[in-house]
Ligand binder design. Structure first.
Ligand SMILES: Cc1cc2nc3c(=O)[nH]c(=O)nc-3n(C[C@H](O)[C@H](O)[C@H](O)COP(=O)(O)OP(=O)(O)OC[C@H]3O[C@@H](n4cnc5c(N)ncnc54)[C@H](O)[C@@H]3O)c2cc1C
Length: 432
């Protein structure tokens, strides 16, 4: 029997994998996506819990960046609704709308050093205004002020975007992101939960000659003469072999290396990847109530908290995410430390304590789920600024996803960006 043959094998139906696969199919490459789980989206997916649409990772999706651009190029609907205002701050028990005034307005209300901080942010627009690589964001803020609320604002902004504390992120990454990138200035929620756009990409594939195999796992890559020629896949309890011209992996660089025969990679390559990859952790409490608990229709961020970085209000813009009459929220924290080991129980308790303090009526809310995301299910597989390359020692094997982000990018946007870069490279190297 001959094995099924494809131009491209994409391992994993996360954001990076599906954006890459859809781009390839759009250009006429016969593309197979293999996903070990029974649904798409990876760490940006959604499950039904008692009629609530509960995200298993990503919460908000960027509008106006590379992700929306990908959907526009493919002609696929990007169903993301923007709350208005998207972001509010709750400081000292009051909710503040900073629309129009931005950080300048917020910081000037919190500290007399606000203007200096804003000018420090402004200076970072020029390369010579960026700090040295080793300086953490917390230390950079500390050059301007000791104000704990201001430090809290930066810690929480850092946590929201990069999923680490401000003491764990180089200031240069943060400043580069906010002065040179699309920087999540516009964002929203999908009424189907975060899975929505990725499901739309998975639905696009079969219409353009592609296939998506769910509940299927790539076990091994076949490598001949230094090139990947195919893969061994577990599908419906059977072992299937396929052949392909090239492979894009969304499984993370270390898991990808594990799929290769040992002699296909240089000595120490996989160990080196594991050493360099520093995944972080986050905790989310999904809660619901029959009366509204927050004024802000999008994200609420905070000043000084124990661990809480934001609360998302889904149902103000997407009532479809909860049964009729219910309001659905998610409160997310960055543990200390976010990189490395942390005490799950104690960290969850600190998040609960913050939610009790910051969300009036939280004690009467229904706790729909508590999710600790770490280790093999991290909010970011590599901390921004410490990313690995897309390329591998095998010239027709590439990685996409949040371990191989461009410098100073984060989240689903960064994954969609990796897909574009890798597909552009591959289509040039392997014309149809
Ligand atoms: C708590 C939390 C909050 C977050 N908040 C946001 C947010 O609000 N906005 C935002 O943009 N980002 C957010 N993120 C980050 C975002 O979710 C991730 O950066 C992004 O989803 C990672 O996508 P990826 O392309 O790296 O693929 P992954 O999501 O890692 O997907 C990889 C897929 O590959 C599959 N796979 C692995 N091995 C195999 C194999 N051998 N065979 C077949 N399939 C395999 C996996 O099952 C998985 O589905 C958050 C993450 C978390 C955890």
């Amino acid at each position: 029997m001959t094995s099924p043959s494809f131009d491209a094998l994409v391992i994993g139906a996360g954001v990076g994998g599906l954006c890459a696969a859809a781009r390839l199919a759009h250009q006429g490459y016969r593309t197979l996506v293999v996903e070990r789980l029974d649904q798409v989206g990876g760490r940006a997916s959604t499950h039904d819990v008692d009629g609530f649409k509960i995200n298993n990772g990503a919460i908000v999706l960027e509008l106006g960046g590379i992700t929306e651009q990908t959907f526009a190029e493919l002609g696929v609907e990007y169903n993301v609704r923007r709350p208005s205002p998207p972001l509010m701050y709750r400081i000292g028990g009051k909710t503040m709308d900073i629309t129009g005034g931005g950080w300048g307005m917020l910081l000037s209300k919190l500290t007399r050093q606000g203007a200096k901080l804003v000018s420090g942010l402004g200076a970072a627009r020029h390369d010579d205004g960026l700090p040295e690589d080793q300086l953490s964001l917390a230390d950079w803020v500390g050059r301007y002020t000791k104000n704990e609320t201001v430090h809290g604002v930066f810690r929480n902004m850092c946590g929201s975007v990069f999923a680490v504390g401000s003491e764990e992120l180089p200031a240069k990454v943060f400043l580069t992101y906010f002065t040179r990138k699309s920087a999540f200035k516009k964002f929203g929620f999908c009424p189907d939960g975060t899975i929505g756009p990725w499901q739309a990409l998975a639905d696009y594939l079969p219409l353009h000659g592609g296939e998506v195999w769910l509940s299927s796992q790539v076990d091994e890559l076949r490598v001949t003469d230094g090139q990947v020629t195919g893969a061994v896949i577990e599908r419906d309890g059977e072992t299937v072999e396929i052949s392909c011209r090239f492979v894009i992996s969304n499984a993370g660089p270390a898991a990808t290396a594990d799929m290769c025969p040992e002699d296909a990679l240089p000595d120490g390559y996989t160990a080196d990847l594991r050493e360099k990859l520093k995944p972080c952790g986050m905790i989310t409490v999904n809660f619901a109530s029959e009366r509204p608990l927050l004024d802000a229709p999008g994200l609420t961020s905070f000043g000084k908290t124990r661990r809480l970085v934001y609360v998302a209000n889904f149902t103000a813009t997407c009532p479809e995410m909860a049964p009729p009459g219910w309001h659905l929220y998610a409160g997310t924290s960055v543990p200390k430390p976010a990189v490395g080991d942390f005490d799950t129980e104690a960290e969850t308790e600190l998040l609960m304590a913050d939610l009790r303090d910051e969300v009036p009526g939280f004690d009467e809310a229904k706790i729909v789920s508590v999710a600790v995301m770490r280790d093999d299910w991290p909010p970011q597989r590599a901390v921004a600024g410490f990313d690995l390359p897309h390329d591998t020692p095998i010239p027709n094997l590439f990685n996409v996803g949040d371990a191989v982000k461009e410098y100073a990018n984060g989240g689903t946007t960064a994954c969609a960006e990796t897909a574009k870069i890798v597909v552009d490279k591959l289509t040039e190297r392997f014309p149809r």
